[in-house]
Design a binder for this molecule. Structure first.
Ligand code: BGC
Length: 610
């Protein structure tokens, strides 16, 4: 999935420890035959405070490493959205970079990688086995660039589509989100039959450590405002937003990321009750909790006002690793000072480092610290593209099929004389991939990465005798003047990520409404909506002949054509309520005021025609 793969990092083991390792003598923690806990204890006993605090630090890859004199200070590096090495197209260069860091100090966004549908579309498939395969393919592609950790899955339960991250959520229904945690064994491997929930589990050189995020209640903020306050009863917190974390722990998720948002006014990055009290003590999560990007800075307002207080509050709350990403010196000095002043007990540092080391031992990073080059061919492989195409087919929801049930429009005939393809999203790979693709915010256009646009998919699907005419924004006169047998109009939202995607009106962006009006008034038309969430489409439904929600399908646009032209049937069912008006929001299945345009679970079906 695009998101999984856009937010990755490399966990690093640090060279400077070699001085304390005693190269010739037997070193217990290096002995892979010994239990992880024994190894963790041994290594912890050899570490200085400076090294321990170093383990708790995660720095952005793009820092100026020549400026850094110390090599012990960072236990982990990561690539933020859009952070890439000089040749973004070269998996070898990614691996070289990771290895260089591992040797010297201890590395998303890769051109050519397979971009799977965003989670909002995967929820529609109701197919956890498929999502598990996507996890495995994503892990292999991440490893193909030498990286052993992905900031995925996002197990948010998006309760309000005005939220700019709603597409990162599988569903408004926690039960669907729970089943989709099958992505975790896909990413990390299957836990053994006798397994203690909450223990980190990563197995195999084509597997990565996963990260369940954002703990907790990120999808429940007021009016869908990103990073805002989630006002919930205990019942809503523990029965809507929390359950998928239990499934994730049962599946050995290696890390949990804290949410920027607050629960009932308490910032999650400082929420000791929920991080230490519930996640670590009650659920027995034994692995590490990571902050979000500059997450601790937001504990104060304005952000970063009193950093020492933020460090104290978040360490005490139970955050173990800190995504800083640039402010590491201030963090290290601040935390060291707090420990020296006994404001933070040494034990708390030891517990954090133990959790981090558990993951690193579980991943085999001590035995195999360097990335190998054998998985390079996995990146954007045909096999993975076929899998993504299948996911696209299964993620489409047919909302309307013909002005009367007796005269269905879909599937379309492959032999059809001349057809029109129109709309801002028909031939636009960037739009169909959405945010968190190559760049943090994504990018419109076809230069972003490699893939198949919906138009290219249509061109490949039709009979050679059928002429496909592409005109992005035709006027009615033109459409009427041509002898089109029908038209496919693909419109929707531009790419966005996080707060930039927050939207309080959710109207269909310009020029979508005009394109629909110009085309659908003149010829029989199928409208395909490419968007990260339901939009206000009620006004257009009467004038369109068929309507398909395609969500953010990713790089394999052929999957849309596969179903439009009947090689496969429509099977997808809404995993989100399609509201009528924004003044109804939030409105989720089961609510008293439930009055949707299309209800949760809705989706017409077609049979394959070929
Ligand atoms: C997002 C996280 C993401 C991190 C690193 C943050 O802005 O909230 O979901 O993992 O960036 O890319």
């Amino acid at each position: 999935m695009a998101e999984a793969w856009n937010t990755l990092l490399g966990i690093l083991f640090l060279c400077c420890w070699s001085s304390t390792m005693g190269a010739k003598n037997y070193v217990l923690y290096k002995d892979a035959t010994k239990p992880v806990e024994v190894r963790v204890k041994d290594l912890l006993g050899r570490m200085t405070l400076e090294e321990k605090i170093g383990q708790m630090v995660q720095i952005e890859r793009a820092n100026d490493w020549n400026e850094l004199e110390e090599c012990v200070l960072s236990g982990s590096l990561f690539s933020g959205g859009g952070s890439v090495p000089a040749d973004r197209a070269s998996p070898k260069q990614w691996i070289d970079m990771v290895n260089e860091f591992q040797k010297v100090h201890g590395h998303n966004n890769v051109y050519k990688a397979t971009i799977f549908p965003h989670n909002v579309g995967l929820g529609v498939t109701r197919d956890p086995a498929l999502v598990k395969k996507i996890g495995a393919a994503t892990a292999a592609e991440v490893r193909a660039t030498g990286i052993p950790y992905a900031f995925a899955p996002c197990i948010a339960v998006c309760r309000d589509p005005r939220w700019g991250r709603c597409y990162e959520s599988y569903s408004e229904d926690h039960k669907i989100v729970q089943t989709m945690t099958e992505i975790i064994p896909g990413l990390q491997g299957d836990v053994p039959s006798k397994f203690k929930s909450g223990t980190p589990f990563v197995s195999g050189k084509d597997k990565v450590a996963a990260c369940a995020k954002h703990y907790v209640g990120d999808g429940g903020t007021i009016k869908g405002i990103n990073e805002n306050n989630t006002i919930v009863t205990d019942n809503e917190l523990y029965n809507i937003h929390m359950p998928a974390y239990l499934n994730s722990l049962d599946k050995g998720v290696a890390t949990v990321m804290v949410s920027y948002s607050s629960i009932n006014g308490v910032k999650m990055h400082g929420n000791r009750k929920l991080v230490t009290g519930f996640l670590k003590r009650k659920l027995k999560f034994r692995s590490f909790v990571i902050s979000d990007w500059e997450g601790i800075d937001r504990i104060t307002y304005p952000p970063h006002k009193n950093y020492s207080y933020s460090i104290l509050k978040s360490v005490k709350a139970g955050v173990d690793m800190f995504m800083l990403p640039y402010n590491y010196t201030e963090f290290i000095n601040g935390l060291t000072d707090l420990v020296n002043k006994n404001a933070i007990p040494m034990n708390r540092i030891n517990y954090a480092v133990k959790r981090i080391l558990r993951v690193k031992f579980a991943m085999g990073l001590f035995e195999n610290p360097l990335a190998d080059y054998s998985l390079i061919d996995k990146l954007g492989s045909q096999e993975h593209r076929e899998l993504a195409r299948e996911a696209v087919r299964k993620s489409l929801v047919l909302l309307k099929n013909g002005k009367s049930a007796k005269r269905p429009v879909l599937p379309l005939p492959k032999k059809a004389g001349k057809i029109l393809v129109a709309g801002s999203h028909a031939d636009n790979l960037g739009n169909q991939c959405g945010g968190w693709t190559i760049k943090w915010q994504g990018q419109e256009g076809n230069n972003l990465t490699i893939g198949t646009t919906i138009l290219q998919g249509i061109q490949a699907a039709v009979d050679p005798s059928t002429k496909v005419v592409f005109n992005e924004n035709p006027d009615t006169k033109y459409v009427k003047s041509q002898d089109f047998s029908h038209a496919i109009v693909v419109v929707g939202e531009p790419p966005y990520a996080e707060t930039a995607g927050d939207n309080q009106n959710l109207t269909l962006p310009h020029p979508g409404p005009k394109t629909i009006k110009n085309v659908c008034g003149a010829v029989e038309c199928v409208v395909v909506i490419v968007s990260g969430r339901p939009l206000v489409i009620g006004p257009y439904v009467p004038e369109v002949d068929a309507l398909v929600a395609a969500w953010l399908p990713g790089s394999e646009g052929q999957g849309v054509a596969d179903v439009l032209f009947g090689d496969y049937g429509f099977t997808g069912k809404l995993a989100r309520t399609w509201f009528k008006r924004v003044d109804q929001l939030p409105m989720n299945v089961g609510d008293k005021h439930y009055d949707p345009l299309f209800p949760f679970g809705f989706g017409l079906e077609t049979k394959p025609s070929n």
